[in-house]
Design a protein around this ligand. Sequence first.
Ligand code: CDP
Ligand code: CDP
Length: 216
Amino acid sequence: EKPIPVITIDGPSASGKGTVASIVAKKLGFHYLDSGALYRLVALAAFRQNVALDDEQSLANLAAKLDVVFDGGEIWLGKDKVTDEVRSEKCGNGASVVAALPEVRAALLARQRDFCQLPGLVADGRDMGSVVFPDAGTKIFLTASAEVRAERRFKQLKEKGVCAIFENILQDIQERDKRDSARSVAPLQKYADASLLDTTKLTIDEAVDVILKRFE
Ligand code: CDP
Ligand code: CDP
């Protein structure tokens, strides 16, 4: 039996993982897993149900029962379309808090592995190549300087009409990097068998091409 091809793209916030991963998936006709969205959805469900972000058992229950549908770029939590809300910085920061809890990570593991189906998968997050899909054939660690990442996020928010302050975004990114790297479970790091791709000076298309070449 031939193994299902998997490309993992891990890296820090606003390095371009989501943008690049979804283009690569589209070009190859593969499935796409945005694992960060699952952690964001746990945070959003917790906000809505008034579950404290340090109540590990309740959060793990929420994670296990998450009623989520990914449908062509849209994300549904139960009957609500939450595509924009999960991408908010509030949900991003909340995600980074709940993602440090081992029980929450464990509760999301099987759900993530379910995405691995023919003809193949592109998965982006922090631990796709290290924990969730350790046998993936192509493992990328996508990064860029914190300043460039903050600029990208700033531009992205401005285009969406969200009012934002650059200094605050940079600070948020640095805090999230620190929290994601310092945690004991599945910390953000360039693990040994991932190949580094620094996009500080690369366009989206250039990054996509490098990944497609490494996959071939
Ligand atoms: O798009 P951005 O990189 O800002 O965030 P994301 O990928 O949606 O992830 C939000 C948060 O979820 C991250 O800061 C991580 O703490 C957490 N996360 C994780 O721990 N493991 C993953 N595989 C994906 C996200
Ligand atoms: O998923 P992640 O948080 O890593 O990043 P993203 O949301 O895919 O990308 C953040 C922003 O950076 C998007 O607006 C991309 O269009 C932009 N980007 C860029 O300008 N140049 C790149 N080489 C990669 C991403």
